[in-house]
Write a protein that binds this ligand. Structure first.
Ligand SMILES: Nc1ncnc2c1ncn2[C@@H]1O[C@H](COP(=O)(O)OP(=O)(O)OP(=O)(O)O)[C@@H](O)[C@H]1O
Ligand SMILES: [Mg+2]
Length: 256
């Protein structure tokens, strides 16, 4: 079976600077892979190559075995790729439910366009999007937030809503860029439990960029460590954590 996501020898060059230089990694269906490394290692640039926000200078991106290296971001979304952002990006001036409906509606619409004969009326499509949004809120035990305007949410809840919005796309691959950043220890522990629940229930594969080893260690099946744009180490979390190169480059203080 094809991997859910595969990067083959990705390179991204800005002028004379190689921000990413030969990164390969595989996320199998249902697997959670952590992408860690010091500040400036190239994690977010790699992430943006996966979503289609950043063109690669070299290498290939495959989603479910299909080469999407040249596919635009929206085409990748339609193929089951969803993301959250390092800095929360919700649609201001809209409620939580409206934020979710935008995602769910776009997704339904893109799918429907493929088969124009089954194009439902606009009202019906909106009802479907609302149903989907409410179902995801219930699944995450957040139905009380439906009518709250998103800019009034504390960061912990805003991060949950971003996750909810990504889940409205029924992703097969979920990309999370530092989902626990800005959360206090209790919120972080809850978020880890929630991601474990998402994984166990929905079975979507995840690529998780995260500095907090308290998030990475319990969730990840496999960890890839980047440094200076390259892969420094790759393997099971416990093995990677004990790797001398990794400890020297990055983990020393956090793990001690
Ligand atoms: N558009 C750009 N033009 C030039 N350099 C860039 C650009 N985007 C990123 N970089 C550089 O590429 C390197 C990798 O950046 P990236 O954002 O991927 O790091 P990161 O691993 O996500 O770090 P952090 O943990 O701080 O989020 C950094 O040196 C950054 O300054
Ligand atoms: Mg980053």
């Amino acid at each position: 079976m094809s991997a859910a996501l595969e990067l083959r020898d990705i390179g991204v060059r800005f002028g004379a600077f190689d921000a990413v230089d030969g990164v390969s990694l595989t996320v199998n269906a249902g697997e959670v892979v952590g992408l860690i490394g010091p500040n400036g290692a190239g994690k977010t640039v790699t992430f943006n190559v996966v979503t289609g926000l950043q063109p690669a200078t070299r290498g290939r991106v495959l989603l479910g075995g299909t080469d999407v290296t040249r596919a635009p971001a929206h085409a990748r979304t339609a193929m089951g790729l969803a993301r959250t952002f390092q800095v929360v990006q919700l649609f201001a001036g809209m409620t939580v439910l409206e934020n979710l409906m935008v995602a769910a509606h776009r997704h339904t619409h893109a799918g429907v366009l493929v088969d124009a004969l089954r194009l439902p009326g606009r009202r019906r499509a909106l009802a479907t999007a609302e149903e989907r949004g409410r179902a995801v809120l219930s699944f995450l035990e957040l139905p009380h937030l439906a009518d709250v305007e998103v800019t009034t949410l504390p960061v912990g809840q805003a991060r949950l809503v971003e996750l909810a919005r990504a889940l409205c796309l029924t992703p097969s691959v979920l990309l999370l860029d530092e989902p626990a950043s800005g959360l206090d220890p209790a919120e972080t522990a809850d978020f880890v439990a929630l991601l474990a629940h998402v994984r166990a229930t929905l079975g979507c594969a995840m690529l998780l960029v995260e500095h907090d080893m308290g998030v990475v260690m319990p969730l990840c099946d496999h960890v890839v460590v980047m440094d200076f744009g390259t892969v420094l180490a790759s393997g099971p979390p416990l093995e990677v954590r004990e790797d001398a190169k990794v400890r020297a480059a990055y983990l020393g203080e956090e793990v001690a």
